[in-house]
Design a protein. Structure first.
Length: 222
């Protein structure tokens, strides 16, 4: 299920609207050279995340799932002076590559990479009553999305945007009998979002160089 036009249009959008950026290109090359999987958000998606963060004036951003730091660089670039991005990564090699990429992007001073299982880091942040985040990007292991949601809400304030990646999975998301635990995780996540009394949400399907997938966008309303 792909169409060459999806790639063509992504390239068209990138060439026209997403300025060539040597730092981001170098981050992807470093990820590839280190053998990391090619699953970073696409350039137009990265810019979309940056624009969203800027649109809401985000000063504190939380990311769950760093990989090589590609989306983290986009999001951190949205921050005003004094802003912070906290990103959570379980894999030591991914965290090392991300640290190098974020250093090259001159963002080491505003980005904290927390190594370890995200659930534990999130629980620690809740227990420590850290300042709420303005935008939260959930992009780690899909079966754990339902566990991340309540912790993300606890780390939010009214107005926080909670964005989850990979919620369509080539359309598999509509199959309640799927044997794929990632599909289960994302379906459960969307159900929890739908009935959460503090959230108002939508789901947007996407196509492009990353195939057919989508984002769930939830706003904390109270
Ligand atoms: N947000 C990145 C892509 C993240 S890929 C980008 O778009 O550039 C998903 C990442 O989540 C991987 O690096 C993986 O190691 C990490 N991950 C998987 N399970 C995790 C867990 N339990 N805690 C923290 N990170 C996890
Ligand atoms: C996968 C994970 C992602 O976060 C993504 O954007 C694409 C694919 C994966 O685990 O296959
Ligand atoms: Mg993803």
């Amino acid at each position: 299920m792909t169409d060459v036009r999806w790639d063509d249009v992504d390239r068209y959008a990138s060439d026209l609207l997403v300025r060539p950026d040597e730092t981001l290109a170098a981050a992807l090359r470093a990820a590839d050279a280190a053998g990391l999987p090619p699953i970073s958000v696409s350039p137009p998606q990265g810019k979309f995340l940056m624009l969203l963060a800027q649109a809401i004036g985000a000063c504190r951003i939380l990311e769950i799932g760093t990989l090589a730091g590609y989306s983290a660089i986009w999001l951190a670039r949205a921050l005003p002076a004094g802003g912070r991005l906290v990103t959570l990564e379980v894999d030591a090699k991914h965290a090392r590559v991300a640290r190098e990429n974020i250093g090259r992007a001159q963002l080491a001073d505003i980005v904290d990479i927390h190594e370890g299982r995200a659930i534990e880091t999130l629980e620690r942040m809740v227990a420590a009553a850290v300042d709420a985040f303005d935008l939260i990007f959930i992009d780690a292991d899909k079966p754990s999305y339902p566990l991340y949601l309540p912790l993300a809400v606890e780390l939010s304030h009214p107005g926080t945007l909670i964005i989850a990646d990979n919620v369509v999975r080539k359309g598999a998301i509509v199959d309640p009998d799927s044997s794929d635990e990632r599909v289960h995780g994302v379906r459960r996540y969307n159900e929890l979002v739908a009935r959460h009394p503090r959230l108002d949400a939508t789901l947007l399907q996407t196509v492009g160089v990353k195939g057919y997938d989508g984002f769930t966008l939830a706003r904390v309303v109270k």
